[in-house]
Design a protein around this ligand. Structure first.
Ligand code: SF4
Length: 172
């Protein structure tokens, strides 16, 4: 049984081969640093709903307030319902986590500034990735960050302290 905080982290940040393009984008220094404090729980919404590696890229589209998840190059691909159903079931398995480290710029995992495209492939607005939105709206006090923010040592130190404080409250 773990006695350290568990943090969820986008699987691709940990170097798992789950990205849509089949490439590995690992952040070993960040992961090793986080693992000195925390148990890291990798989560990849897109492969967990059954998508392959590689796979067609997806994007957010339609109503910026309620975006759909559709193919970037093939608009006939629409995995919105699949992803929203996943969000509903997955989120209840994450009640124990003390933070989430998201992959930036992902229509599934990006915690902010994810473009939502209109029918003309023009950015209509920005929102969160669909799974990130579920996590953040369900657990609004949960410490969250992305891999870009955590490249800065000062931001990383602040995040680690936020997680330890959150964990302390969870274990009162
Ligand atoms: S950004 Fe999220 S959905 Fe995309 S590969 Fe990484 S973990 Fe999977």
């Amino acid at each position: 049984m773990t006695t350290r905080p568990v943090i969820a982290i986008s699987s691709c940040i940990m170097g798992q081969p789950v990205r849509y393009d089949g490439e590995i984008k690992h952040y070993p220094e960040l992961c090793q640093h986080l693992q000195t404090y925390f148990e890291c729980l990798p989560v990849c919404p897109e492969t967990e709903i059954g998508l392959s590696v590689p796979r067609p890229a997806v994007q957010l589209s339609g109503d910026p307030a309620q975006p759909r998840m559709t193919g970037r190059d093939d608009p006939s691909i629409d995995i919105s319902d699949l992803m929203r159903n996943y969000c509903k079931t997955k989120i209840v398995s994450l009640t124990h986590i003390s933070a989430y480290v998201f992959k930036s710029r992902s229509p599934s995992c990006g915690p902010n500034n994810i473009p939502v495209f209109n029918n003309h492939q023009i950015i209509a607005d920005n929102n969160r990735g669909l799974f990130a939105e579920t996590v953040i709206s369900t657990y609004p006090d949960l410490p969250v960050a992305d891999e870009i923010t955590l490249t800065h040592q000062a931001e990383r130190d602040i995040f680690i302290q936020q997680v330890l404080d959150y964990y302390a409250k969870q274990t009162l």
